[in-house]
Each structure stands twice: as structure tokens, then as C-alpha cells.
Design a protein around this ligand. Structure first.
Ligand code: SF4
Length: 292
């Protein structure tokens, strides 16, 4: 939508229709072994005046902005006063926008005071997208996420207490063939403690040039096949107790679309998983056949 970006640019699929403005560039962690998103960038927070100039230009270009997403990775890592200044400016400039959102990792959220998070909420921040990936501490350590499951729970508590909605990503397959069961069970356990508003599974897609790719090459990690990923998803769904949360597999990496509201739609979602497991040749084939 906005023409001049510092590429590459990423946003959640559900923000496809949003005005995307880069408040930060890159990711300040940039060390997860499965992630290549910001490898070519050095993290920096842009000055509010630069970002506001982008926002003003967008206002001149677009008569209706349904929502605003503040990129890049971990925008919440920037100074809270400066981020709140950008958010409240965006709110004033785009009164029609139904939400303003950004990515936010637990490593950076846990360093934010309750006052700082409340200030972001009062400025107009509606949703934070947080990458849990796994609720298993061994897996979090192996993939160098930089935080523990306890940190994830604490970050969730702070975000929700500030009145900000929390959307959490889970990375199916992150335990590989070796640890899929502990990945599913401990991820369910951690999500039950976090009680997010949205749970969004993605499926691991190893990328050349990452640490995980090298582990696969050295035989230290075995990529989970489609059937194993579905069994993992089944185990996760069976053990989740996050009443009222939306479970949305809204990503191209997933084998089958599994959507619903927990805990109400659990059986319906399990039926979709079982259907895929009963016809693996049709649904769990090569990854280029995955769909939303
Ligand atoms: S924190 Fe997120 S964006 Fe940064 S390296 Fe990890 S997965 Fe990638």
C-alpha cells in the first residue's frame, strides 16, 4: 500500500488491508534459529518525526485507512514515549482506523513497565502480535528465542493488564520428529497460562541460511512430516483451555485451515484435523500445496 519501504517488509496476513508504516527497521533480537526475516537488516528505531512524515503522506494518498500496522519486527522494543507519540499521531490522523497494531516479543515486553504499556494502550495501540513459537523451554532454548515460557506468561499478563489484545503465534513442527509431543503439550500448557485473545498456528518451513537449516543438514533436527504436524496440532487442541480465544490458522504455511472459537469449537476443529489425517495423500502432501 505505501510505496517506499526499507525491504524486506513483513506483516501478519490479517493485516493485509492495513496501512503499513515502519516505526522500526529489522528485529532487535534477530537470533532465532528458524527465522530469516530480518537477517539483512540492522535494527534501529526510526525517529518519530520521520514516521509522522510517512503517516502524513499516507493520509494524502488514501481516503480510507481501515487499520494501521506498525512494522518491523518487535516495534514495542522502541522507546515507549516515542512509540506512544507515533501511535497517538496515527490515531488523530486516521480516526476511521479500527485498530493499530504491531509485533512485540516477550523479551522486550517483559522490560516494559505497566505504566509504559498503559501509555501505549491509551495512545491507541489495540493489538500486539507475539511469537510464542513453543511453550517448551528446551525447544525455546534450542531455537535461541531468548526467553523462557515463564517470560512468555509474564509478557502476556502485562499486555492484557494494560488492556491491549494479545495475538500469539505458535510454530507447529518446531520440535521436529524428536520433540513433537513435548512441543504440543507444553505449548498448550503455556497458552493456558497466557490466556491470549487469539492463537495463530504457523507451520515450520526451514529456510536456507538459518541455524535450523544447518542443524537439519548435520542430522541434528529431523523436520516433522505432515502427519506428525497434524498429530501435534491434534494434541495441542485437545489440551488447550483458553475459553473465548479465536484459533485461526490463517497462514499459507499450514496444511489445512483450522479455525474456530475455543473451547466451544474444539470438536469441530479436531474433526478437520482428523479428516486430514484420514486422507494424508490428499491433504498432507508436499508443502507447495499448502493453502490458507
Ligand atoms: S524475535 Fe521474531 S523476528 Fe526476531 S529473530 Fe525471532 S522470530 Fe525472527
Amino acid at each position: 500500500m505505501f510505496p517506499e519501504y526499507d525491504e524486506p517488509l513483513f506483516r501478519p496476513p490479517c493485516e493485509a488491508g492495513s496501512l503499513i508504516i515502519q516505526a522500526t527497521l529489522g528485529c532487535p533480537h534477530n537470533a532465532c534459529t528458524f527465522c530469516a526475516m530480518y537477517k539483512t537488516k540492522r535494527f534501529r528505531a526510526r525517529e518519530p518525526e520521520e514516521v509522522k512524515a510517512d503517516l502524513r503522506r499516507a493520509r494524502l494518498m488514501y481516503s480510507h485507512v481501515p487499520s494501521v500496522f506498525l512494522a518491523d519486527g518487535n516495534t514495542v522494543a522502541m522507546n515507549s514515549d516515542k512509540l506512544a507519540d507515533i501511535i497517538s499521531y496515527a490515531r488523530r490522523l486516521f480516526p476511521e482506523a479500527e485498530r493499530i497494531s504491531s509485533y512485540g516479543g516477550a523479551r522486550f515486553l517483559k522490560g516494559k513497565s505497566p505504566q509504559a504499556l498503559r501509555k501505549l494502550r491509551e495512545a491507541g495501540l489495540d493489538i500486539i502480535y507475539l511469537g510464542l513459537e513453543s511453550g517448551d523451554d528446551e525447544i525455546l532454548r534450542r531455537v535461541n528465542k531468548g526467553v523462557t515460557s515463564e517470560d512468555m506468561v509474564e509478557a502476556a499478563r502485562r499486555v492484557k493488564e494494560a488492556g491491549i489484545r494479545l495475538s500469539v503465534y505458535v510454530l507447529l513442527g518446531l520440535g521436529g520428529m524428536e520433540r513433537w509431543e513435548q512441543h504440543a503439550l507444553n505449548t498448550a500448557h503455556t497458552l493456558n497460562r497466557m490466556q491470549p485473545h487469539f492463537i495463530r498456528p504457523r507451520t515450520l518451513y526451514p529456510v536456507p541460511g538459518t541455524g535450523l537449516w544447518e542443524e537439519i543438514r548435520r542430522g541434528e533436527f529431523t523436520e516433522a512430516d505432515g502427519v506428525t504436524v497434524m498429530r501435534e496440532l491434534r494434541l495441542l487442541l485437545e489440551n488447550l483451555d483458553v475459553d473465548g480465544a479465536f484459533f485461526l490458522s490463517d497462514h499459507i504455511s499450514n496444511y489445512v485451515p483450522v479455525h474456530g472459537r475455543l473451547n466451544r469449537d474444539r470438536e469441530k476443529m479436531l474433526a478437520t484435523v482428523d479428516m486430514a489425517l484420514s486422507r494424508p495423500e490428499e491433504f498432507l502432501g508436499p508443502r507447495y500445496l499448502t493453502h490458507l
